[in-house]
Every structure is written in structure tokens, then in C-alpha cells.
Design a protein around this ligand. Structure first.
Ligand code: NAD
Ligand code: IPM
Ligand code: MN
Length: 365
């Protein structure tokens, strides 16, 4: 049997509550497939670690983590304890950059059993991917403050786009579009107002599209693109975006599918030189932490994406099917964000049971 070594980092807030539900689903599916998962849990990338050590990560984090087959991550952020930019740039953003996880892949899908807040939309109407550039763009720490604490304060922060960085995310998105039935790619731009980096982005899209003649390409400025996510979600198949635009679109998309609580993501290093990191799109949700009502589906779906990345496609599919069957049954098991009265643990347990039963039935056939 194959063994996959997984670094587990629950982090902060509801990450600590949802990660165990992801593990439950992984264990349920692994029990009936020909592989084993070996977990190593870490307490760093959390406010507790910060309080103890005055930093978010141990100095050897890179060497400690680089040999894993994947990283299974919860969420980080405890703004009452440590400022968000300090905790995030001290942990998650270091992982994304250090492990060159330049493709942030975020499926947006209206799952069966979930009611979209968009009138009349049914599963099948919303089924696309946001492919977000994850290592450069608007997320740079390049800049500074001149004349601080005077009336003449000047604050500057640069957007950084490299040809390598832009081309590799576009290539990733085009390849993903190629694998899909509709073969359609939408580029998020703002080349009317952002006069240097975004026209460059458009130019790179145009050049890349010449290599993929069977893919239809369009582009929207980010402002109207957000409107079209709401008005015409059925227009989209693969949406490729710079770091910040992709961040915004990947909360808006899932909100259109009922709740951001179900949205998963893969921070992918396509070359597989480093481990990829799988986490829900949502954050640590301080407003609901400790109530036991966080939706675990984003975390569990992220587990499914992780298995697909590890080549365990049957097992990855089994997890997603388990999620879909439980959501379709609906009722009280669902968490409050889905209109139910269930808890993180009860919904997680129901999905894990569903996965176990279903995979045993398949085995028996
Ligand atoms: P958030 O995603 O944590 O929460 C936004 C809203 O969605 C809240 O009302 C929350 O209760 C709700 N929500 C989120 N996940 C949910 C779930 N699984 N089930 C039910 N409801 C859910 O975003 P925020 O409030 O902007 O950020 C809170 C903290 O998390 C900050 O410190 C932020 O920096 C951090 N954050 C971390 C990540 C990450 O680790 N990848 C992502 C986003 C935000
Ligand atoms: C996400 C989050 C992070 C991001 C924050 C917490 C830095 O919002 O993963 O979407 O902006 O990338
Ligand atoms: Mn985000």
C-alpha cells in the first residue's frame, strides 16, 4: 500500500474545529482504499504559538515541512492577539511563497441540496473555477511610508508582476480549461484604470491564448466581473485572476453558491518540487469560534482536492460524493449557514459515515 505523509496545521479559530472533520473524512475513505495516510500535526501558524514564541513559525519551518506529500491546513488569524498582516505574512503567505504554490485553485460549485441566494439558480448553473495567482501581484511587501507621522505622509505599495509569474498562472488556467467540457476562459482585468500592470496582464493573456486555439477567451474588468458573477454565474468556466482580484472573486463566487463555508482550495505547486497546501477558502471566523457551528464542508472538500492531487482520484471522488449525498438529504444535519441546526461535529460525522458506508457498498459489489 502507498503511504502519503501529511503535515496537519489546524491554525486558529474555527480551523481547529474543522480540521478534525477533514481528517475524519480522510480516515473514512482511506479505510476502504489502497493507501495509508500518515499525519503529523503542528501547533505553529497560530496565535497560541505566537504568544509562546513571539513568532508564527519555528525558524526551521521550511526544512521541517518541505518533505511532506501535502499540507492540510485550517485557517490562521486572531486579530485581537496579533495583527493580521503579521500573522498572515508570518505563516500562510510564507508557505505559499516558500513552497512556490503559485496556483490557488478554488472551485465554485452550487452543490445539490444547497439553495443559492441568486434567484432561480440550480446546481449545474454555477460550476466554475477561480484560478488565482498566489505568489506575486498586488500582494507584495514592496513599498514604504515616507515622512511618517507628519501631514505629508506618503504611503506606497507596489504591484509586482513578472513574466514568469504571469505566464505560469495563465498556462495553468488554460490547461485547466482544456480539461473541461466548455473550454472557456475568462480573464479578470482592470486595464482601463490600472495603467501598467493590467495592460501587461491582458497582453500576456492574448499571447498565451494563441497557444490554445480551442479555448474561447473573454475578459472583464473586475468591477463588472463581480456584477456578472451575481447576474450570470453560468457564463463562467475557468476564471483566471491576479492575486487580489482572485481573492475577492473566490469569496464572492462561493457566496453565490450559498455560503463561503463550503468553499475549498488548493495552493498548488504544479511542478511538485514542494508540497501543495489544501485549506478552506474561509478564515478563522472569530465571530463564531467556540460555538461548534462552523461548516466543515470547505475543509472536507479540501481533503478531497488533496487526495486528487496525491493521485488518489477514486478516494477524492468518494469524499465529494459523500458531501453531496449528505447535503442532498439536507435537514437538521446541516450547519446554520446552510439553514440547519447541526454542528461542525454532527455534519462532519454524518459525511464520514456516508463515505464509509458508500465505499463499503462499492467494495461489496
Ligand atoms: P472569515 O472567512 O473568517 O469569516 C467571514 C464570515 O464568514 C464570518 O461571519 C464567519 O462566521 C463566516 N464563516 C467563515 N467560515 C465559515 C464556516 N466554515 N461556516 C460558517 N460560517 C463561516 O473572514 P474574516 O472575518 O474576514 O477573517 C477572520 C480572520 O481570518 C482574520 O484574521 C483573517 O485575516 C483570517 N483569514 C484567514 C484565511 C486563511 O487562513 N486562509 C482566510 C480568510 C481570512
Ligand atoms: C485567502 C485569505 C488570505 C489571502 C488572507 C488571510 C491573507 O483571504 O486565503 O483567501 O488574502 O490570500
Ligand atoms: Mn480570501
Amino acid at each position: 500500500t502507498r503511504t502519503h505523509r501529511i503535515a496537519v496545521i489546524p491554525g486558529d479559530g474555527i480551523g481547529v474545529e474543522t480540521v478534525p472533520e477533514g481528517i475524519k473524512a480522510l480516515d473514512a475513505v482511506a479505510a476502504n482504499h489502497d493507501f495509508e495516510l500518515e499525519y503529523t500535526e503542528y501547533d505553529f501558524a497560530s496565535a497560541n504559538y505566537w504568544l509562546k514564541h513571539g513568532k508564527m513559525l519555528p525558524d526551521n519551518w521550511f526544512d521541517e515541512l518541505k518533505g511532506y506529500d501535502a499540507i492540510f491546513f485550517g485557517a490562521v488569524g486572531a486579530p485581537d492577539v496579533v495583527p493580521d498582516h503579521v500573522s498572515l505574512w508570518g505563516s500562510l503567505l510564507k508557505f505559499r511563497r516558500g513552497f512556490d504554490q503559485y496556483a490557488n485553485v478554488r472551485p465554485v460549485r452550487l452543490l445539490p441540496g444547497i439553495k443559492s441566494p441568486l434567484a432561480g439558480r440550480l446546481p449545474g448553473d454555477i460550476d466554475f473555477y477561480v484560478v488565482r495567482e498566489n505568489t506575486e501581484g498586488e500582494y507584495s511587501s514592496v513599498g514604504g511610508i515616507m515622512f511618517p507621522e507628519t501631514d505629508r505622509e506618503i504611503v506606497m505599495q507596489e504591484t509586482v508582476m513578472t513574466r514568469t509569474g504571469v505566464d505560469r498562472i495563465l498556462k495553468y488556467a488554460f490547461e485547466l480549461a482544456e480539461s473541461r467540457e466548455r473550454k472557456h476562459l475568462t480573464s479578470a482585468t482592470k486595464s482601463n484604470g490600472i495603467s501598467i500592470s493590467m495592460p501587461y496582464w491582458d497582453e500576456r493573456v492574448k499571447e498565451m491564448s494563441a497557444k490554445y486555439p480551442d479555448i474561447s477567451v473573454d475578459k472583464f474588468h473586475i468591477d463588472i466581473l463581480t456584477a456578472n458573477f451575481v447576474l450570470h454565474p453560468d457564463w463562467f468556466d475557468v476564471v483566471v485572476a491576479s492575486n487580489l482580484f482572485g481573492d475577492i472573486l473566490s469569496d464572492l463566487g462561493p457566496a453565490c453558491t450559498g455560503t463561503i463555508g463550503v468553499a475549498p482550495s488548493g495552493n498548488i505547486n504544479p511542478e511538485r518540487i514542494y508540497p501543495s497546501l489544501f485549506e478552506p477558502v474561509h478564515g478563522s471566523a472569530p465571530d463564531i469560534v467556540g460555538k461548534g457551528i462552523a461548516n466543515p464542508v470547505g475543509q472536507i472538500w479540501s481533503a478531497s482536492m488533496m487526495l486528487n492531487h496525491l493521485g488518489e482520484h477514486a478516494a477524492g471522488a468518494a469524499i465529494l460524493e459523500g458531501i453531496e449525498r449528505v447535503l442532498t438529504r439536507g435537514g437538521d444535519a446541516l450547519t446554520p449557514d446552510l439553514g440547519g441546526s447541526g454542528t461542525t461535529i454532527s455534519l462532519g460525522a454524518e459525511i464520514a459515515t456516508e463515505i464509509s458506508v458508500a465505499t463499503r457498498l462499492v467494495e461489496a459489489r
